[in-house]
Design a protein around this ligand. Sequence first.
Ligand code: 9MJ
Length: 588
Amino acid sequence: MDFAKRILEIQRIINNHNYRYYVLNNPIITDNQYDKLLRELEALEAKHPEMVTPDSPTQRVGAAPLTEFGAIQHAIPMQSLSNAMNDKELIAFDTHVKKLLNTDSEINYVAEPKLDGLGVELVYQDGIFQHGSTRGDGVTGEDITQNLKTIKAIPLKLRYGNNFIPSILEIRGEVFITKDGFNELNSIREASRENLFANPRNAAAGSLRQLDSNITAERPLSIFCYQPGTIEGVEFATHMEFLEALKKWGIPVNPYIRNIFGADEILKYHHDMESKRNDLPYEIDGTVYKVNSFSLQETLGIRSRSPRWAIAGKFKAQQVTTVIKDIDVQVGRTGAITPVARLEPVQVGGVTVTNATLHNQDEIDRKDVRIGDTVLVERAGDVIPKIVKVIIEKRPQNTEKYQIQNTCPICQHPVYRAKDEAVMRCQNLSCPAQIKGRIEHFVSRNAIDIDGFGEKLVEQLVNKNILSSVDKIFTLKYEDLANLERMADRSAKNILSAIENSKNTTFARFVYGLGIRNVGEHITKILDRHFNSDINAFMNSNRDDLDKIFEIGPIVSEGIVQFWEDSDNKNVVLSSINNGVNIAKPDL
Ligand code: 9MJ
C-alpha cells in the first residue's frame, strides 16, 4: 500500500478507536496496540512531513511552551447555573418553570450528572477543532487550545456520523480527571515531594493551566460535553437532539443523561445519582436539569448570570471519620502560618484524603483539635477537606491542647499576630519559605522596579542558592546570571544594567518593596513625608513615634514595629545601602 493511503488509514483507525473508547465506552484494542498504531503513524509522517495535517492524531503533543495564554471572547457568554440545595428547592424550580410557561402539564427535562471539573468551550470549524478556552469570567476566557488538544477524548476532527458537519460548532463541556487518575497523580507527586492536589477538580484545573502542553499531555484528563454555544449550519429542536448529534460527531457525552418529566422524576433522578455517586469513576457534585425544548428555553430566557430554564441540584457534603496523626505548620509565600492536620488516609467517595486545613489557632481552640483525636471530616464540593468536629468520646488519654509555636517553623524567627487578626505571620524578609515571593515583590514595578527580573529568573537564582535575601540582588555578578540556563549574554548585561538603574530609588518604592504587613503604597508615602526620606530614622522608630503619625493606625504601626524588631530585616536594608542603593529625596 502506498504511504499516503496508509497514513490516512491509520489516522482513521486511531480516530475510530478514540470514538469507541471515549464515546461508546467500548474499546476493542489494548493500550499497547493503540500505541503501536500511533508510532507507525509517527514514523510514516516523519518520512513524509508534507502529509502531516493539524488534525492528525500525532499533533496532540509537542507544541512549544507558551509564555502566557491569549484571551478568547465567548460568542455567547458561558453562564453558570443557579443551585438548588435540597429537594424543596428542586421542586420550587419546577413549579416556577410551570408558572412562567403558564402550564399544568409535566415539563420535559434533560437530567444530567453535574461533573465537578473545569468548564471549557471547544470550537470546531467545518469539523476541525480550531481552538478552546476556559470559562474565565464567562465573557472572556483563556486560550488553552494546545492543552485541550492533548486530551484524547476531544476529537481533532468530527466524525461524519450525522452525514453533515456544521460550519461552526461551539460546545461547552467539563474537563475532569478520574478518581483513580487523581489518586495516582498524587502518589507520584508525593514520591517526588511535590505539593499534592487537594481534590480532582484542582488537579484538572492545574493540568489545564500549564503553559507547557507536554505536561498536560501526561495528566489523565477527559471530557464530557453538555451545552451548545453558537452553531451554524444545523438547527436542533431539543437539547436531547443536540446531545445525540454530539455523540454521532464523536464528542463524549455522559452516559447517565436521561430524558425525564416533572418534579417527581427530578427528585428520583437526583436521589439515584446521589446513591451512585461513589461508584462512578469521576467526581460529581450534583445533578443538572434543563428544559428540553429550545423554544421553551427561549421563552423562559436568562437572568443576569444564569438561565431560567436550568438548575443544578447540589449533593450534601460527604463525611467520614478518621484520626489526626500529626499537625504540621506551613508557611505560605506571604508568610501566613497555617496549621494542617495530617490524617490517617481515608477514602471519601473514592478520593483519598490525607490532609485537612485547621486554618488558625482560633479554629484549633474553638474545636479543641488535638493530635490523636478521632475527627469527622467533610469534603464539600471543590473545597479542601475540613474538620467538622472532634469525636470527644474517642479521645485517647493524655492528649494535650495544641498550640502553634510562636516561631516560624521554617526560619525560626518570631511570628507575629496582629490584633483582631486570626492569622499568624512570619515577617522575616529572608525566610526561605517566602523568599521567592519576597524578591518578586521587591523587584516589581511599583517597588524598586528592575526590568526583566521575572518569576523564572527568581526561581533559578533562589534554587541555585545565589539569592537568599533581597539585598543580594545588588551584589549579583555577570557570571551569576550568564551561567543560568537559557540566559544570553545580552540579557545578562541588560539585567545588570537594570539593577544598577534601580539603585537610585525613592523611600516610598524601597519601603513598599520590603513588604511590611499592611504597609501599601499609600502608607509608604505618608512614612516618606514623616521621616523625610530618612530610612535610618524609620528603621529606628518606636511605637510612640509611629502612633503620632496622623493616618497611621495601631494595626499598621504594630506591623512596622514587629518588622524592625527582627534585626536581620534591618541588616538586609543596611546591606542594600552599602551595596549602592541610594534613596533620593522625592518631589513631595
Ligand atoms: C456540569 N458541570 O456537569 C452544565 N454541567 O449547562 C452540566 N454544567 C451547564 N451542564 C449550562 N451537565 C451551564 C452549565
